[in-house]
Design a protein around this ligand. Structure first.
Ligand code: KG4
Ligand code: ZN
Length: 343
């Protein structure tokens, strides 16, 4: 089964042609980062306009690279939640138009479910159930993936997402947006024990996260040094910050895996590209005899191949949308499992 998948939830306009969930025939991603960099973050209205400008070309390129026409496509998939509403609506409207004009089924896909599914592309032997650490620019979750379309969120952030924290710390250190990958590169040359940053206390669930205290600690360190005219080695701050994030993410994920009895662990979301997170999680899993599944780097950030992959499993589970499909800015994976989200 061939699915044409569209992703436009944030600042990447993407289209992929995916066969039977895991065979990627094409995967086109048009990033808008250079447009938003000037403002230090994604500007929703600019994002929507850019999606509108380039979506036709991105879809055409995906079909061309897969040597397909719409006649060879069996279904149209699109990210409908969560995300920037104006950005989502561009992809949704385009997908609806394709579904209507071709008479093919329309499959609505949850963005975070897509990130998790990126693991099936890279690891065809991975099967639910497993525990997945999802760390992106907008989300930080520990999720029980019960089957291909059912999830139970056991931990979530109370404030900033991990990627958001990386980007804000990067900005304080003078790196351009989005700075997560610059922290990653700088950390390789810094001393990871040069600074001791706090491991925030979180009231409530023991698997929940909080990153705002850590972010504030780094910002205060930098501002105090500036006021005193001291120079700091930013590679040392990057390395110490990244070590702290890794300790928090890995510590909570391992605790949840041990308590809930999971031996298969997944990693997903844009921050899954971080070399420190990948190696710390690998080491922790190896020590415990757990198997770790991580997406290849090209499927870590936002892309449509992961949406096409998840769409295949959603299709098998009977998920369909009609021409009334709308975008949803915030929709927890838990709600999806409960059948909410207007579908
Ligand atoms: O999943 P994603 O592409 O978009 C969302 O759905 O949010 O995640 C983007 C986030 C950004 O915060 C970006 O800085 C971060 O992932 N990121 C990284 C790295 N590569 C991307 N953070 C740390 N290290 C990296 N190598
Ligand atoms: Zn994402």
């Amino acid at each position: 089964m061939r699915i044409l998948a569209i992703e436009s939830s944030c600042d990447e306009t993407a289209c992929a042609i995916v066969e039977d969930g895991v065979k990627i025939l094409s995967n086109i991603v048009a990033t808008q980062i250079s447009e938003h960099r000037l403002y230090g973050g994604v500007v929703p209205e600019i994002a929507s306009r850019m999606h509108a400008e380039c979506i036709y070309q991105v879809v055409e390129e995906a079909l061309c690279e897969a040597s397909c026409t719409l006649a060879n496509i069996d279904a149209i998939a699109v990210t409908y939640a969560p995300g920037l509403i104006g950005a989502l609506l561009v992809g949704i409207s385009f997908a609806k138009g394709l579904a209507l004009s071709t008479g093919k089924p329309l499959i609505p896909v949850h963005h975070i479910a897509g990130h998790i599914a990126a693991n099936y592309i890279s690891h065809p032997d991975l099967r639910p159930p497993y525990l997945c650490l999802v760390v992106s620019g907008g989300h930080s979750h520990i999720v029980e993936v019960l089957d291909y379309t059912t999830y139970h969120v056991v931990g979530r952030t109370h404030d900033d997402a991990a990627g958001e924290c990386f980007d804000k710390v990067a900005r304080t250190l003078g790196y351009e947006y989005p700075g997560g990958r610059f922290i990653d590169s700088a950390a390789r040359f810094g001393n990871p024990i040069a600074y001791r940053f706090p491991h925030p206390k979180v009231d409530g669930c023991e698997y929940d996260f909080s990153f705002s205290g850590l972010k504030t600690a780094v910002i205060n360190l930098v501002h105090n040094a500036e006021q005193k005219g001291e120079t700091l080695v930013r590679e040392d701050i990057a390395a110490s910050f990244q070590r702290t994030v890794c300790e928090i993410l890995v510590g909570k994920t391992m605790a949840a895996a041990e308590a809930l009895g999971y031996k298969n662990i997944g990693l997903a979301g844009g921050v899954s590209a971080n070399s420190g997170v990948r190696s710390a999680l690998k080491q922790a899993c190896d020590q415990r005899g757990f198997r770790l599944f991580m997406p290849e780097l090209r499927y870590c950030g936002d892309n449509a191949a992961m949406i096409g992959c998840q769409a295949y499993y959603d299709f098998l589970a009977g998920k369909r949308a009609d021409q009334s499909l709308n975008g949803i800015a915030t929709l927890s994976l838990d709600k999806l499992a409960a059948g909410e989200g207007g579908l």
